[in-house]
Design a protein. Structure first.
Length: 98
C-alpha cells in the first residue's frame, strides 16, 4: 500500500498533541534566542517602514503608474514578510536536525 492513498491517511491519524508539543518547543526556542527573535522582527519592521513610506509617497501621486507601482511594492512587502517567517522556522528545523 502506498502512503499517498486515502486508507493510509486514515490509518495514521494526525496527533494534535504532537503538533502542539512541536509548536511549544519552537516557541521556547525562539524565546531563549534573542538574536533569532530580533532577526525575525527587525528586518520585516525596517522593510515595512521603508517600503511603506515609499508607497505612501507614490499613493499621493494620483497617476495610474504610481498606483500600480504602489500595489507592486505592497505585494513585494507581503512576499518578504512571508519569506522571512518561513526562513525563521526552516532555520530552527535545520538546527534541530543538525
Amino acid at each position: 500500500m502506498k502512503l499517498g492513498t486515502a486508507s493510509a491517511i486514515l490509518r495514521y491519524p494526525i496527533s494534535w498533541r504532537r503538533i502542539a508539543a512541536m509548536i511549544e518547543r519552537y516557541w521556547f526556542l525562539l524565546r531563549s534566542s534573542w538574536p533569532r527573535l530580533l532577526e525575525l522582527v527587525y528586518f520585516p519592521a525596517v522593510q515595512m517602514l521603508m517600503w511603506g513610506f515609499l508607497q505612501l509617497y507614490l499613493g499621493q501621486n494620483a497617476g495610474f503608474f504610481a498606483r500600480a507601482g504602489g500595489t507592486f511594492i505592497g505585494a513585494v512587502l507581503l512576499w518578504d514578510i512571508l519569506f522571512r517567517g518561513q526562513l525563521g522556522f526552516s532555520v530552527s528545523f535545520l538546527e534541530e536536525m543538525w
